[in-house]
Design a protein around this ligand. Structure first.
Ligand SMILES: Nc1nc2c(ncn2[C@@H]2O[C@H](COP(=O)(O)OP(=O)(O)OP(=O)(O)O)[C@@H](O)[C@H]2O)c(=O)[nH]1
Ligand SMILES: [Mg+2]
Length: 305
């Protein structure tokens, strides 16, 4: 390092907030690729998703987390636990709220139960500013600034990409000086089979209404190269549902729904992986899979206390 040059910085940044505020959308926008799945429904993300933003002067390691919520089943406890573990691991916490919804009771609980206790540098992001009039922002900024000693309050739009450059510049201020922690060409630690399972789950979230997506877990059983052709990936995956009637809805009339989900997942995987994909999907009923600790672990939902 030459004299006067700023030191390289690297550190972990946890994206925290209640479900549906746009945490995963923000991560994807920053990385410029789809890494974490997104849907209009709450409780989409179920595991911590690590994404590395490589800059000339810093490495920002984001931890996208499941929305914090109350729930009694082991799955819900496990996913919230993974958000808490990410906060504990982080150098900086980014709490995200929704500009349109304002400061809600759930936001208050996250602040009281987690952020205040951890007492780490915390930045507040007001997301979805594209959905509100600019003059409604000032009162909200004033309101939230009284809640806690946030290091910064940054309004942005994860979807439209507004004000994200400034957000990244601000974040860097709070990262510790450190050499890079990940190799230059690595953007995640998510194993391919979990990534594929997530893309399939996203298509289910985006195609099926009501409670069915919450009844679903996806397990990729095998990924292999095509015989005589390494540019083909053959993927076998099982979709678990809790109830027989969920299976019927998922498969749809004459198998149309499962076909549509399979097609959308295959097309996106081909685009993201740059390979031709054969995707074989099976649907199985497994009652109470959300309570099955062994299966949860196999599905990548780890933090069981
Ligand atoms: N208009 C608008 N919509 C947004 C913005 N950011 C996210 N959304 C939408 O909000 C919904 C939820 O986004 P996600 O990124 O899945 O939210 P999340 O916080 O990761 O949700 P969980 O994983 O369930 O905790 C999706 O329909 C997004 O398209 C934004 O800046 N503006
Ligand atoms: Mg998410």
């Amino acid at each position: 390092m030459e004299q006067g040059e700023k030191p390289f910085k690297a550190g972990f940044v946890a994206l925290i907030g209640r479900p549906n505020v746009g945490k995963s959308t923000l991560l994807n926008h920053i990385l410029g690729t789809k890494l974490s799945i997104v849907s209009p429904k709450p409780q989409t993300t179920r595991m911590r998703i690590l994404g590395v933003k490589h800059e000339d002067d810093a490495q920002i390691i984001f931890l996208d987390t499941p929305g914090i919520q109350k729930g009694k089943d082991i799955l819900t406890k496990t996913v919230v636990e993974s958000a808490v573990a990410s906060m504990e691991e982080a150098d900086v916490i980014v709490m995200i709220i929704d500009a349109e919804k304002g400061w809600t009771r759930e936001d208050e609980l996250i602040l009281e139960n987690y952020i205040k206790r951890l007492n780490k540098p915390t930045i507040l992001v007001i997301n979805k500013v594209d959905k509100v009039k600019k003059d409604s922002l000032l009162p909200l900024i004033e309101e939230v600034s009284k809640k806690y000693d946030f290091k910064e309050i940054i309004p942005l739009s994860a979807k439209k990409g507004e004000n994200i450059d400034r957000f990244l510049e601000v974040l860097k201020k709070y990262l510790p000086p450190s050499p890079p922690l990940f190799p230059e060409d690595q953007i995640t630690d998510l194993p391919l089979k979990f990534f594929i399972a997530e893309i399939i789950r996203e298509k289910i979230f985006n195609n099926i209404r009501d409670e069915v997506p919450y009844s679903v877990a996806v397990e990729v059983e095998s990924i292999r190269e095509g015989e005589n052709n390494p540019n083909i990936l053959v993927i076998d995956a099982v979709i678990y549902v809790e109830k027989q009637r969920h299976k019927g809805i998922l498969i749809g009339k004459k198998g149309q729904m499962l076909k549509k989900i399979g097609k959308e997942a295959r097309e996106e995987l081909e685009y993201l992986l740059g390979k031709k994909v054969y995707l074989n999907l099976w649907v199985k009923v497994k009652e109470r899979w959300k309570e099955d600790a062994r299966l949860l672990k196999m599905l990548g939902y780890h933090y069981i206390s």
